[in-house]
Design a binder for this molecule. Sequence first.
Ligand code: HEC
Length: 195
Amino acid sequence: MKSFVIGLIVGLLILPLAFAAYVASGRMPAATSDPPIPFEAVLAGAALHARIKREAPKRDVSGVATAELVSGADVYQKDCAVCHGLPGQPVPPVAKGEFPPPPQLFTVDGRVSDDPAGVTYWKVKNGIRLTGMPGFQASLEDQQLWQVTALVARADKLPPEVLDALKPAPPVILITAGAANPAASSAPGQVKPKQ
Ligand code: HEC
């Protein structure tokens, strides 16, 4: 009995101590470019799936109006493109430095058009813990959450107006006050003499 108790105590201590030693050794993956921690993907994935299965709403977004999708594209440009990219554009710099990497939602490999819309809505609303995917519950209206959800859910068949709204913003052209309004120009030599 005594040896059993000693065995139990040692057993209970060894695992946490070994884990602490592993963390303290500096070998545990901590940088985004490191490989996954053993079982990280399995644990994170299993927890996420169980939670989403319980909570994701069911809604069909196949009939969402084009205007709604255009609004979704506006949200996407502001809040998502920096990580998830735009159609036909190179992978953005932020995406290249994240672990896990954000899927490029307008590419064949990255799009979520096969996922139920409710699952995507859940992810956009709540975010995905231990990844760079933020939850937008606090910053977007529920209507906007659905608009951007419908957009990415239909990434493989978007009408041209929506694709237009997903073009990269044109470079900002600085117009000097003088050029915009020549009448207000006060270039040297042209200043009217005081009368
Ligand atoms: C700071 C970067 C970042 C921003 C901004 C961001 N995401 Fe994400 N997102 C991620 C990452 C990283 C993942 C991958 C998470 C994972 O591997 O589980 C992800 C995952 C997702 C997924 C799940 C993809 C899949 O294959 O299951 C969806 C859908 C998604 N994001 C939509 C959005 C939308 C819509 C927005 C804007 C409202 C957005 N994200 C903004 C980083 C970002």
